[in-house]
Design a binder for this molecule. Structure first.
Ligand code: GLN
Length: 287
């Protein structure tokens, strides 16, 4: 019979050898997902025995992680802003960086748009798992939130997340950016974490990302700005006066994205830092 302690030791040693930088944590999360218990159990009850079937399943999950598949895909979920999001290889795994953006939107952008959020109309373009848009709807339940994605598979994941979080009254539209939306019903806030990695940079990313996350959610074309160019060109049409657009940006992309926004008449542009202090978002206003 295997004990928790032995399984964690063997699993984390193997993952460390295979290049995981968080081998112990990974092993614990994988085992916790099988035993359906909090990780604290591993410390309070290390000699608890694990059934043969569970130990075999653990071994299979360790094998997947040893091939550098992200833990979130193996266990099928990821925490974002304290909420649990289902993820599959059809969607990008929500990042802590993006939490900084959502916090800034909740704390300083939405209150500046309007105090009374009962008629607040929000659009999350390229929603993927729905992390940004559904979190905004969760915390500002009176808002009318629309989620769009070009991928119907991603929208299915977002839909499952809405259900799992008991969020109703969400509009989901399969759309290539604004294509299937109408400018006659403008939004107060447009948010997007579009694909923004320059094609030449993609092969240099961690294997966990390149080999497993959807290229559709990563690739921003040769320069990385393909989607920003399209979004900034069209956003003004779908935003009402006094509304804001908030875009996540990749490393060192903020200056160019701010220029693109300014060129289209957006003003009062500000930057949002992530937890490392790097700029991760750009906020701009339609006057
Ligand atoms: N932040 C992601 C990464 O660094 C990329 C997300 C995106 O392209 N929107 O892998």
């Amino acid at each position: 019979m295997n004990t928790i302690k032995e399984l964690i030791k063997v699993g984390s040693t193997r993952l460390a050898q295979c290049g995981s930088v968080s081998s112990r944590l990974d092993a614990e999360v994988l085992l916790a997902s099988i035993l359906d218990c909090p990780r604290i159990t591993f410390y309070t009850d290390p000699s608890r025995t694990v059934s043969v079937e569970d130990a075999e399943e653990y071994q299979r999950r360790i094998d997947r992680r040893a091939a550098l598949e992200p833990v979130a895909y193996i266990i099928g979920k990821k925490e974002f802003m304290g909420l649990t999001f289902k993820v599959s290889s059809d969607v990008l795994i929500p990042r802590p960086d993006t939490e900084s953006l959502v916090e800034a939107i909740l704390e300083s952008v939405i209150p500046k748009i309007k105090q009374d959020t009962s008629h607040l109309r929000v659009l999350d373009l390229c929603t993927g798992s729905g992390a940004i848009g559904l979190t905004l709807k969760f915390f500002v339940s009176s808002a009318a939130v629309t989620l769009t994605d070009i991928s119907d598979k991603a929208l299915k994941v977002a839909e499952e997340n809405a259900q799992a979080l008991s969020i109703s009254n969400i509009t989901m539209v399969e759309s290539d950016l604004f294509e299937s939306l109408s400018p006659e019903e403008p939004f107060d806030l447009i948010v997007s974490n579009p694909p923004y990695i320059p094609d030449g940079v993609i092969p240099t990313l961690q294997k966990d990302i390149v080999d497993y996350e959807p290229m559709l959610a990563l690739s921003g074309g040769v320069t990385g700005y393909d989607l920003y160019e399209r979004i900034t060109r069209e956003a003004g049409l779908y935003l009402r006066k006094g509304g804001a657009i908030v875009l996540e940006v990749g490393n060192d992309q903020e200056t160019r994205v701010a220029e693109l926004l300014e060129k289209q008449g957006f003003r009062a542009i500000t930057m949002v830092p992530d937890l490392t202090g790097a700029v991760r978002g750009v906020v701009a206003w339609k006057e």
